[in-house]
Structures are given as structure tokens and as C-alpha cells.
Design a protein. Structure first.
Length: 216
């Protein structure tokens, strides 16, 4: 009987040690893989132009002025804005496409006893999931007593951050051989009681940029 009891206690000890380790590992964020514009890489590959990708940037191997001019001409040749023209060229602005590598969805239980206490608690949470985090806190604060903590003092709040982009122009190659795009990046932020990304406090921020790596 004593032997069985010792075995049972040993199993409990092992589980108690392993469980926190597993929980901690599940909270570790994997490095984000930068997304690149496949339209640009497609143009380069179809014209046998060698390139490399570094930190999400597309850099042509031959940086001579002749090759840079050639790439710029190829990018411009693929560009048009008149959707009524019958052409094989791409139409701009393009449709919105997901930047799913940068999206975030998570939930945490918060108390809404006072707005000050809630904002302080959410700020500590936001600093661990978003950069910049102040905009996220502002959205959360805007929903206090308007969308949540109306009937309950404690609620599970879901945070959704979603990025999309669309191409606005052909892009260009600079003197260092780096290919820059012309994009509009849209960031949608929602803090809600609903797990299906509806309702709650919502904000949308759209900015122009040359990279598919969101900076806001």
C-alpha cells in the first residue's frame, strides 16, 4: 500500500512540474515570418532577375544602373489604373489582401470596477501583445461601460488585431538595389465580449507605406 501511495505522489509531483513548463511554452510567441510581395518576385523571376530577401526586403543581386532601370521599367509596365481597359496588366488599387502573419487574437478576464483600474490592467496586458500599445489601450478604454461591464463587473474580453494591404502603384528600385512597393496598410482593432470578432469597441487605421511589414 505504501509503495502505491509513493508512486501516486511521485506522479502528482511530475505533473505539477511539467504542467507549468508546458503552459509557459504555449505563451512563447514564434518569430513572425515577414511577408513579401509575390507580384514583385513574380516579375523578377519571369525575367530571370536574381534577387535575395532580407528582413522582408527584396534586393536585386545585380545593382548596376542598367539593371535597376530595367527592373523599374518592368514594374511600371505592369501598372495601370483604368479598370475599363482590356489588358493583362494588373489593376490598381488592388483588392485588399490579408497580412495574416501579423494578426493577433487573444482573450483575458478583466474587472470593470472602475475605469481607471480597468485601463491600468489592460495597459499591462497590451504591452505584451502589441507595438505600439497605446492605440490598443485607447480602443479598450472607449468601450468601457459602453460595450462591456454593463451587466457584469468581470468579463472575458477578446482582442482582435487584423492587418490587410492593397497595392497602390508599381513600386521602384532604389540605388542600393532594394525594391520598394507602394501599399496601403489597413489595421483593424476590436475589443469585444464576443469571440467571433463582432461588436465591442472598434477602430480602423489606414496608412501608406513601401513595405508589407506593419509598423503601427
Amino acid at each position: 500500500m505504501k509503495k502505491i501511495t509513493l508512486i501516486f505522489l511521485s506522479l502528482i509531483l511530475i505533473v505539477s512540474v511539467i504542467t507549468p513548463v508546458i503552459s509557459a511554452q504555449s505563451e512563447i510567441k514564434e518569430p513572425i515570418i515577414p511577408m513579401i510581395d509575390e507580384r514583385i518576385t513574380g516579375i523578377l523571376e519571369s525575367n530571370n532577375i536574381d534577387y535575395a530577401v532580407s528582413d522582408g526586403k527584396i534586393i536585386i543581386s545585380d545593382k548596376s544602373e542598367t539593371n535597376r532601370n530595367r527592373v523599374n521599367q518592368l514594374l511600371i509596365a505592369s501598372f495601370r489604373t483604368d479598370v475599363n481597359l482590356q489588358s493583362a496588366m494588373a489593376t490598381y488599387p488592388s483588392a485588399w489582401q490579408s497580412l495574416k502573419n501579423y494578426n493577433f487574437a487573444g482573450s483575458k478576464k478583466f474587472s470593470g470596477a472602475t475605469k481607471t483600474a480597468f485601463v491600468a490592467a489592460f495597459t499591462a496586458y497590451a504591452k505584451n501583445i502589441a507595438t505600439p500599445w497605446k492605440e490598443l489601450v485607447a480602443v479598450a478604454a472607449g468601450g468601457y461601460a459602453a460595450y462591456y461591464f454593463i451587466n457584469n463587473n468581470t468579463e472575458d474580453l477578446y482582442t482582435f488585431i487584423t492587418y490587410h494591404y492593397r497595392t497602390m502603384g508599381p513600386g521602384f528600385v532604389d540605388s542600393n538595389g532594394t525594391v520598394y512597393g507602394d501599399y496601403e496598410i489597413r489595421k483593424q482593432t476590436r475589443i469585444t465580449k464576443n469571440s467571433n470578432n463582432t461588436g465591442g469597441a472598434y477602430d480602423v487605421d489606414t496608412r501608406r507605406g513601401t513595405s508589407l511589414v506593419p509598423w503601427f
